[in-house]
Design a protein around this ligand. Structure first.
Ligand code: ARG
Length: 467
């Protein structure tokens, strides 16, 4: 299609090297939608006639069917999806097919196709994230009174409720969803009408084309329109962030599933076995999510590095923005789907959590606060408590199991009310600050999350184009 000025045929090595069909055939629907919007606009502007536009649109519908039924003959000599479709269109509708590309370049065409594709996929991630937040919220609701050790430095620190722990993750995925929504504003900008780089002599109406593909906004600068791949970078960043949060959760669950912790049991359907050690139940799925996260960071770095070297406007380097996104899309969608089921079906073992709390002296801070409330400076209270913990450790007992006179050997101010303070079940109740692990605070967190979830369920995002 561009061979007018060439005397030699393209080397077959170059043909294969530059070909992008494997990647761009994935957005055939978007390519056809963009083309149909473009010709509708051309007819409205009187650049082609209405019957010509109709013929072209019908031809494109036929091509859509052929692709969907596996009948379309992809021709690798034709470099990419755009030229494959245009060639077939001309076969189907005759010379009028050659008017499709009036006032358009593959540079603005591929940009609109990929924006539509990324938009579409991110909406899917959005739905999965919403479902995931709901799943975490539901498991939290049932576990407001379940306590487990909270850790700092991966050492037992203070008891927290399982609900509080799960809701911390709900907050991360809530932010991820909001981040997607924010990125969508910059993704849903139509570059159609920028043509190759500097606009065109035809009286196009880019805003009308944008409205036909379902985008709210249109480019302001034609060179930026064809050169901008920030939208892919942003999508990759969002995927990296989602994977980071998933990976942290996976790491946690892998630890919790270890029999030395025994806090959770993985559903059989989501675990794997060992070919040699019959007793084993392995968290391979969680490990793969954790492992694949690294690959996604690689894609983000790769695209950053690609972009930093490209001057305005379109450069063929930009063709390489697709593979990383596809990988991120598969990884994010696949991982979220599995984790929704994982969290929904996970077994929690509260007795083991409670045993770990007792073993870790997780009521020591309570004792120090108790002494401080009696007027002992906190630093000294901390020191006395440390000595009592050491004493209890030597006796292989919990603080709550010591006799009153044992306490009093360390500090005469300790009285019988200390046992109330040391009671693990009461520790949560005494947390009074907003956002804390108390049942009241967890109830408020769930209420606020519910408000957010219903708001998100009602948001009607742009529904895609209709031509
Ligand atoms: N396959 C190309 C891409 O993905 C399409 C645009 C090619 N444009 C060009 N002038 N060679 O970026």
């Amino acid at each position: 299609m561009w061979k007018g000025r060439f005397e030699q045929d393209t080397d077959s090595l170059v043909r294969d090297f530059t070909n992008s069909l494997d990647n761009d055939c994935k957005f055939y629907l978007e390519d056809i939608l963009g083309s149909q919007a473009h010709v509708t606009m051309l007819a409205k502007q009187g650049i082609i006639s209405v019957p010509e536009a109709e013929e072209i649109k019908n031809g494109l519908d036929k091509i859509k069917q052929e692709i969907e039924q596996g009948e379309f003959q992809w021709n690798p000599d034709l470099e990419d999806i755009h030229m494959n479709i245009e060639q077939r269109l001309t076969e189907l509708v005759g010379p009028v097919g050659q008017k499709l590309h009036t006032g358009r370049s593959r540079n603005d065409q591929v940009a609109v196709d990929f924006r539509l594709h990324v938009d579409n996929r991110l909406k899917d991630w959005r739905n999965l994230l919403l479902k995931f937040v709901q799943t975490l919220r539901n498991r939290a609701e049932d576990n407001k009174h379940t306590i487990l050790p909270g850790y700092t430095h991966m050492q037992p620190a203070q008891p927290v409720s399982l609900a509080q722990h799960l809701l911390a993750y709900a907050q991360m995925f809530k932010r991820d969803l909001e981040r997607l929504d924010d990125s969508l504003k910059r993704i849903r900008i139509s570059p159609l009408g920028a043509a190759a780089l500097g606009g065109t002599t035809y009286p196009l109406d880019p805003e009308y084309t944008a409205s036909l593909i379902g985008f709210e906004n249109v480019f302001e600068n034609s060179m930026d329109a064809v050169a901008d791949r920030d939208f892919v970078l942003e999508a990759l960043f969002c995927s990296g962030m989602i994977m980071t949060h998933l990976s942290r959760l996976c790491e946690e669950l892998i630890t919790w599933a270890n029999p030395n912790f025994g806090f959770v049991g993985l559903p059989d359907s989501l675990a794997t076995g060992s070919s040699i050690m019959p007793q084993k139940k392995n968290p391979d799925v969680l490990e793969l999510i954790r492992g694949r996260t690294g690959g996604i960071y690689g894609e983000l770095t790769g695209l950053f590095t690609l972009l930093k070297g490209t001057p305005l406007a379109y450069n063929r380097d930009l063709q390489e923005d697709k593979t990383g996104f596809y990988k991120a899309d598969n990884t994010v969608s696949g991982s979220l789907q599995i984790m929704i089921n994982m969290i929904a079906e996970l077994d929690f073992y509260p007795e083991n959590m409670y045993r770990a709390i007792r073993r870790g002296y997780l009521n020591a801070t309570e004792l120090a606060d108790y002494l401080a409330n009696k007027g002992i400076p906190f630093r000294e209270a901390h020191n006395i408590t440390g000595k009592i913990v050491k004493h209890a450790e030597q006796r292989e007992m919990g603080l709550e199991d010591l006799d009153l006179d044992e306490f009093q050997q360390f500090c005469e101010d300790i009285t019988a009310d200390v046992y109330n303070i040391l009671d693990y079940r009461r520790i949560l109740e005494r947390r009074i600050t907003p956002g804390s692990t108390s049942v009241d605070s967890v109830n408020r967190q769930i209420d606020s999350l519910d408000g957010w979830i219903s708001g998100m369920l009602n948001v009607k995002k742009g529904s895609g184009g209709s031509v």
